[in-house]
Design a protein around this ligand. Structure first.
Ligand SMILES: Nc1ncnc2c1ncn2[C@@H]1O[C@H](COP(=O)(O)OP(=O)(O)OP(=O)(O)O)[C@@H](O)[C@H]1O
Ligand SMILES: [Mg+2]
Length: 290
């Protein structure tokens, strides 16, 4: 795995002039709500794709927390310490100062790569919005709570029917319209917006059903798809210091059967994202051998 220098000043400035120099499939993890599992999911998706044989690059837009960057740094450190090579990603933190620099970093880091994963901060951020607008797959993790749901739509207090789109949903709606023009002019793929139900705890069936209904209603109005994400599991919090993921089976020691279920969830998530297939190994086969 390779970390790029954090600053982008060394990049050839002529790359900034190119309309769409990124050919890698861009997967952007974004939600203005903090703590929904963007970074954790982004790392697991990056590593899953790398296990599949994909060349994966990753950018962390959260200059302060740097969770994705730190996770992958820890992974590189584990590789050094244990003298092993693990599938992973080339990674960098974006530190500004402007959109052109972000475009340049995206182009540089993903040159010759299959996927570019971008993790964004859980707040309103101009770079995150730009990344979302340019994404091929926009992943919005959402916890099973109407507090989280409020970030994409407001529901009526008695019926839980959607009464209003949130500012964020409106913003992504606008971004998709802008992107539709690029789809025609620059022959880009259409933006696929996937709301991922994350950190699920299968104990609150009524709340889950109400959210199901609200998400279905909103998805038809705003045009996103809903996919299932990761359950709430302690192991996701424990893996960060080693940079390991649930897929690094040989490195994790003895794990109980619940982790087999967790790996299955990850497989379902990847299938739900409906990413372009790489020539050669199908994703299911690649993950099944882990
Ligand atoms: N599936 C999960 N099960 C249990 N804990 C989780 C899970 N996903 C994430 N966490 C934990 O929840 C916290 C927030 O996760 P994470 O940093 O991935 O969210 P985020 O959306 O990137 O947050 P931010 O908006 O602050 O960047 C972390 O402590 C992480 O370890
Ligand atoms: Mg994060």
């Amino acid at each position: 795995m390779q970390a790029l220098p954090c600053r982008v000043t060394a990049i050839n400035p002529c790359k900034k002039q190119t309309a769409n120099p990124v050919s890698a499939h861009r997967i952007v993890f974004a939600n203005e709500k903090g703590g929904t599992g963007k970074s954790t999911t982004a790392v697991h998706v990056a590593v899953a794709l790398a296990y599949q044989g994909a060349r994966v690059a990753a950018i962390d837009l959260d200059q302060r927390q740097r969770t994705l960057y730190r996770y992958l740094e820890n992974r590189a450190e584990t590789e050094r310490r244990r003298g092993i090579a693990l599938p992973g990603a080339r990674f960098a933190v974006f530190e500004g100062p402007d959109i052109a620099d972000l475009d340049a970093l995206c182009a540089e880091i993903s040159d010759g790569y299959d996927f570019l994963i971008i993790d964004t901060p859980g707040r309103n951020d101009e770079f995150a919005l730009h990344a979302a607008t340019c994404s091929d797959t926009l992943v919005t993790p959402l916890n099973d709570s109407f507090v989280d749901f409020d970030l994409i739509g407001q529901v009526e207090g008695e019926t839980f029917r959607v009464k209003k789109l949130s500012f964020y949903a409106e913003t992504i709606w606008e971004a998709r319209k802008k992107r539709a023009r690029a789809t025609i002019e620059e022959q880009r793929r259409e933006l696929d917006w996937v709301v991922v139900r994350n950190r699920l705890q299968h104990v609150e069936a009524r709340n889950m059903r109400r959210l199901d209904g609200a998400l279905k209603e909103l998805s038809q109005r705003v045009g996103f798809r809903v996919a299932s994400g990761l359950s709430e599991r302690v192991i996701y919090r424990e893996l960060f210091p080693s940079g390991l993921t649930l897929l690094d089976k040989g490195q994790l020691g003895e794990l109980g059967t619940s982790h087999l279920v967790a790996r299955q969830e990850l497989r379902s998530l990847l299938a739900g994202l409906n990413l372009p297939k790489l020539a050669g190994t199908p994703l299911e086969a690649a993950l099944a051998i882990q």
